[in-house]
Write a protein that binds this ligand. Structure first.
Ligand code: UDP
Length: 544
């Protein structure tokens, strides 16, 4: 048990004096409870009351000082899932003088990150809600380093993937239930509370049907940096850029199978067909049969990952660039409505291809109406409701998490119709770019064009010219860019539409649609490689 917090490392008397004198101090970032992370000195936790405690003294402070708005609805989200009412954080207040009458505090000397894991038994949730947000919250605050202590307050046990959480720091993470072993009152010398939501890409459908988040702020680069860091800690080396000719040919499929439910019933036949069609090896993995490091190692060298829809598909974040993700959906489940893995594969710079395949043949499906409701059973429903579900051809949009029709359909087993899957795969696999070796696409954006100017002349009463010119963006002279283009927008003053032009050079004379004695507003920006847009230069006012 590595549960000692080594009180020896801190001067207990000094810590107690500091707590009594200064009380708790809090400074947060974020305007709302949904984007807030707070840093505390001497935040305490009472294990009997299961409440955090803020001790007021003459020198404590609390920013933001929200008064009772701190409860409307909460100071902050303790998990990365936005505004979920089971995941709120707040604290009780006490005067520091009350410490005299309370149990002796135990001090936690480590810099601590306090958070809720959202669903530590589900691999998608583990990565998306916890590991990635913890990893990048730790990078946001430099004292949350490898020595930081993680404290999980959601109240669950270790869960199926605790070893993954252990990789994030050298100290053993603490669970809520363990805190009471340390004493009745624990005080965190320095702590951060809450998680960055910057890396999350999916909302699970608590208030509107599930889908990609409205404003995704993460790119493939950050996901891959995280994946590399984890692989380094797992001692997994990738074959990397310089593959030998022999290795390059040794491409393989991975079939990630589920062995408990949502099965592929003809897996052996499917594997044979893949081997034959694409002349590649196939490796099967499952969470039940391999340990996770082994699975990561296999996936990190794969060309194609095939799996039923399910949390195990989050492992595609370990695929090499250029690989293909093939997600299989049971009968009556529309792939377009369940896109956590599609969204991941499609993040800018993730450089994965994604194909969904859906079972369209009801007879190829095996359902389990007699199972418990959480595994898709429907025996508990009225006859009418059961009939409705049994005859429906597609699950209508729904909210998370207990929709019986959804659970019934998603827990079906499937006989994969091999010809239709091969057809879906052929086009993609053949046109696959060899990104494994290619350099990742540049993400350097142009600067603003410099010294934009316009010159005008009037040719006749109904004929005028407008010449616009500019200098290249300052960063271009340091870059090798495949294609540099410029975009010019011209708007007649007072009109609410504009004409856009894409131009290859640094100047252009417009004569069509240019009227004499008129003022035009002109914007210019640079574009690298078709899609990397720079900022517009200051608007030009050009009078003909
Ligand atoms: N799981 C698995 N094999 C199975 C069933 C489940 O590995 O046969 C894993 C799954 O990948 C996830 C967890 O168990 O990490 C919970 O699965 P569940 O079906 O509840 O969630 P889903 O995969 O639909 O997100």
């Amino acid at each position: 048990q590595s549960q000692e917090l080594s009180q020896a490392r801190i001067d207990y008397h000094a810590a107690l004096l500091a707590l009594q004198e200064h009380g708790t101090r809090m400074v947060c970032t974020g305007k709302m409870h949904t984007d807030r992370i707070c840093r505390f000195d001497y935040l305490c936790y009472c294990t009997e009351a299961e409440e955090f405690v803020f001790f007021h003294s003459n020198s404590s402070f609390m920013l933001p000082n929200l008064g009772p708005r701190r409860f409307q609805p909460a100071l902050l989200d303790l998990s990365s899932v936005e505004d979920h009412n089971t995941q709120y954080f707040n604290f009780l207040e006490l005067p520091a003088a009350a410490l005299k009458f309370m149990p002796k505090p135990v001090f936690v000397p480590d810099v601590t990150l306090i958070l809720n894991r959202f669903n530590p038994d589900n691999l998608m949730h583990v990565f998306h809600d916890d590991l990635l947000p913890i990893f990048y919250t730790m990078r946001q605050y430099s004292d949350l380093d490898d020595e930081a202590r993680l404290v999980f307050m959601e109240g669950w046990g270790e869960g199926a993937h605790f070893d993954l959480y252990r990789l994030l720091s050298s100290k053993q993470p603490l669970l809520k239930e363990q805190l009471r072993n340390f004493g009745k009152l624990m005080c965190f010398t320095k702590s951060y509370v809450g998680l960055s939501k910057m890396t999350t890409w999916y909302q699970y459908g608590f208030v509107q049907p599930q889908g990609p988040k409205a404003n995704i702020l993460v790119s493939g680069n950050e996901i891959r940096q995280f994946a590399s860091s984890l692989m380094e800690k797992l001692n997994i080396t990738t074959r990397g850029g310089e593959e030998s000719a022999a290795e390059e040919k040794d491409e393989y499929f991975v079939v990630f199978s589920r062995s408990i439910n949502r099965l592929i019933l003809n897996e052996a036949e499917l594997i044979l067909a893949l081997v034959q069609e694409f002349q590649m090896r196939v490796v099967t993995v499952s969470l039940e049969e391999q340990n996770f490091p082994r699975i990561v190692k296999v996936i990190s060298g794969a060309s194609i990952l095939v799996s039923m829809h399910g949390a195990q598909l989050v492992s595609s974040l370990f695929l090499p660039r250029g690989a293909v993700v093939v997600e299989l959906f049971p009968y009556a489940v529309n792939p377009e409505q369940y896109t956590p893995y599609k969204t991941l594969a499609s993040l800018p710079g993730m450089d994965l291809q994604y194909v969904a395949w859906r079972n369209m043949v009801e007879e190829n499906s095996v359902a389990y109406p007699e199972r418990p409701w959480e595994q898709g059973g429907i025996a508990h429903l009225d006859k009418e409701e059961q009939d409705h579900i049994l005859t429906s051809k597609e699950v209508p949009r729904h909210l998370c998490c207990r929709n019986p029709e959804w659970l019934y359909r998603i827990y079906q087993d499937t006989i994969v119709d091999i010809p239709s899957l091969l057809e879906a795969l052929r086009a993609i696999v053949k046109t696959r770019p060899n990104l494994k070796k290619a350099k990742p696409a540049s993400t350097v954006h142009p600067g603003r064009v410099r010294e934009p100017q316009c010159q005008t002349s009037v040719q006749a009463t109904n004929e005028a010219k407008l010449t616009v010119s500019w200098q290249i963006p300052w960063n271009l002279k340091y870059l090798k860019v495949r294609e540099v283009k410029y975009e010019v927008w011209i708007q007649e003053q007072g009109e609410n539409t504009y004409m856009p032009y894409i131009l290859p050079h640094q100047n252009y004379t417009f004569s069509e649609n240019i009227k004499p004695f008129t003022t035009y507003l002109v914007w210019v920006r640079c574009i690298f490689n078709k899609n990397l847009l720079g900022p517009f230069a200051d608007v030009l006012m050009c009078r003909t």
